[in-house]
Design a protein around this ligand. Sequence first.
Ligand code: BT5
Length: 254
Amino acid sequence: MDLLVGGPTLVSAVRWEPTVTSTNELVAAAGQAGTPEGLVVVADRQTAGRGRRGRSWEAPAGTSLMLSVLLRPSLPPAPLPPTSWPLLPLMTGTAVVEACRAVVPGLAGRVGLKWPNDLLVEGVKAAGILVESAGDHVVVGVGINVDWRGVQRPDGLLATSLAEAVDGPVDRWALLEALLVRLDAGYRLAGLDPGGVVRRYVPDCVTLGVAVTAHGAAPVTGTAVGLTPDGHLRIRDEDGRDHVVTAGDVEHLR
Ligand code: BT5
């Protein structure tokens, strides 16, 4: 189903699909084929949903909001040089947390972002973000567990959903609209003021001030003390030395 929307200016078309392999895969293919910026693909079910670093994203059919947006950040009206593209996951995280709070008021004060961009509700993951780029396009993928009440969840998965958190229904389509509006605004602001992406992200980042281990080639343990202007995580070890972590997985130790 294709429909045009007149609201957010970033969005050129929203395509809703019952089942796809991965919305990121579809939108990346559209990006390769020269589709203009602003295509949004939303799916009810993914058979090969992707997480970061080759991991998978799993969600029972019809219970989640799973979408990908095609961006061409080097083109006007929101020119964002490739050096600033790493800010896009943080910008997306801010849009996700703000949209969740706006549509589900009961979440206020209980949601936050684990660096770089997992949405946690009281410490448990409820949404993930996967930003992938190739050539001159970027695919922003978002998966939000909307209502998993009474639903058989994937084996062994520690996850929650927005509806479980507030013990009440959550409108998926209101959440989609709220998210697209905020992605649009965040993207435009990122083009105008890349430094503002990190400033807007910091208040929602629950990793800051926490004892963490960053798992990478050389694991680093210490306290997450801040972010660099590029959005990288600064960890201070027990000897008072600062380490800058640019990517990878961070474990909250308490
Ligand atoms: C992410 O990866 O969190 C990025 C997830 C992005 C998913 C969206 S859905 C729409 C778009 N199309 C795609 O194909 N992907 C994007 P990562 O940080 O690597 O987390 C993956 C890990 O989270 C998995 O290894 C599981 O442990 C866990 N996980 C998988 N599904 C989950 C879910 N629904 N809720 C919470 N945790 C989940």
